[in-house]
Design a protein around this ligand. Structure first.
Ligand code: NAD
Ligand code: TYD
Length: 352
């Protein structure tokens, strides 16, 4: 048996593939375009593993995807591939439309053709699992109940709008063509291999480098944080037992304001890697101009996943952050490798 995983060299995809092969002997075919966010090094530990085949390529390349499907005959396709950074989508939305909307469409077309030619049993057993985000639901008032799967789609950024479009295409391929799809909508992840342009790895990197810790606006925007390996276990569970055509919200019941998150990371670093001058890393916090259209609050109600599939996260925010900070302290060479010229150019453009 084989699964095809797209976006496997990115943050969540690489954690997923590493965890999968730590637990299963089922072969993984990895497809990744290796954009600035994709890093072959994340999967380097699998280089001599016969259960893993890495292919550099685009989900929008129908000929390539069709030939991979024909050659490897996967029982499931898991789509992690996306442009994923809200701030980049504000500066330049086009790549988001190309990959998240057009790319997902081409991927679905290739998968539909492959699936349509399978025998009846393989057709029934096949799954297309689409990895999506809670940002498709828009923003919440502070007192409002958390997003359920029934919450209307109200995306506010080019990123979330492009993800919403891809979710709708996936849904339509199920209703129109009968493709056996599953969709997960997850809250903000953090953990190993997180590219350091996102809040948590950015703060750890900048703190250790003696640089400013930029907080947008008043820092009171709320996100619902989930340790990446808990997201991966939820995806495995949905793939295994999710009801075809359903969507599942994934979250950690860990709502925190950004400023609280940054304070918590500073305090952890103060203990684990104190500044030479004895002052707290909190001294480096700097309030900067807010993100345009910044969503105030996300919160996930993951009751369906818990009630129907028995999934719960293993980590609390405190245990997850402790592991994450430790990973970044132990892997500073990884951070410096991904912090290439393109990354530095991005930093100077974003925080000018
Ligand atoms: P990421 O940006 O770290 O990784 C995305 C990967 O996709 C990269 O390796 C990149 O090279 C690859 N890619 C981009 N365009 C491609 C294309 N056209 N063809 C093939 N590969 C391509 O993102 P991530 O944080 O790992 O997110 C993975 C998925 O999970 C995304 O779909 C994202 O929307 C979703 N998601 C992320 C979070 C989060 O907090 N990071 C939360 C919920 C959902
Ligand atoms: P981010 O990691 O970009 O995830 P998302 O926008 O998908 O939620 O940002 C998390 C939160 O942190 C978000 O409210 C924006 C905020 N933020 C900052 O305050 N400063 C920063 O430098 C970054 C990158 C994000």
């Amino acid at each position: 048996m084989t699964i095809l995983v797209t976006g496997s060299a990115g943050f969540i995809g690489s954690n997923f593939v590493l965890d999968w092969l730590a637990d299963h002997d089922e072969t993984v075919v990895s497809l990744d375009k290796l954009t600035y966010a994709g890093n072959r090094e994340n999967l380097a530990s699998l280089d001599s593993d016969a259960r893993h085949h890495f292919v550099k390529g685009d989900i929008g390349d129908t000929r390539l995807v069709s030939s991979l499907l024909e050659q490897h005959r996967p029982r499931a396709v898991l789509n992690f591939a996306a442009e994923s950074h809200v701030d980049r989508s504000i500066l330049g939305p086009e790549d988001f439309i190309q990959t998240n909307v057009v790319g997902t469409f081409h991927l679905l077309e290739a998968v539909r053709a492959y699936w349509g030619a399978l025998d009846e049993q393989s057709k029934a057993d096949f799954r297309f699992l689409h990895v999506s985000t809670d940002e498709v639901y828009g923003t919440l008032e502070v007192q409002a109940p958390a997003f359920t799967e029934e919450h209307p789609y109200q995306p506010n950024s080019p990123y979330s709008a492009s993800k919403a479009a891809s979710d709708h295409l996936v849904r339509a391929y199920h209703h129109t063509y009968g493709l056996p799809v599953l969709t997960t909508n997850c809250s903000n992840n953090y953990g190993p291999y997180h590219f350091p342009e996102k809040l948590i790895p950015l703060v750890i990197r900048n703190a250790l480098a003696g640089e400013a810790l930029p907080i947008y606006g008043d820092g009171q925007q709320i996100r619902d944080w989930l340790y990446v390996k808990d997201h991966c276990s939820a995806i495995r569970r949905v793939l295994e037992a999710g009801q075809v055509g359903e969507t599942y919200n994934v979250g950690g019941w860990n709502e925190k304001a950004n400023l609280e998150v940054v304070h918590y990371i500073c305090d952890t670093l103060d203990r684990e890697a104190p500044r030479a001058d004895g002052l707290s890393y909190r001294e480096q916090i700097s309030f900067v101009k807010d993100r345009p259209g910044h969503d105030r609050r996300y919160a996930i109600d993951a009751t369906r996943l818990e009630r129907e599939l028995g999934w719960r996260p293993a980590e609390t925010f405190e245990t997850g952050i402790a592991k994450t900070v430790r990973w970044y302290l132990d892997n500073q060479a990884w951070v410096e490798n991904v912090a290439s010229g393109a990354y530095r150019e991005w930093l100077s453009q974003q925080y000018a």
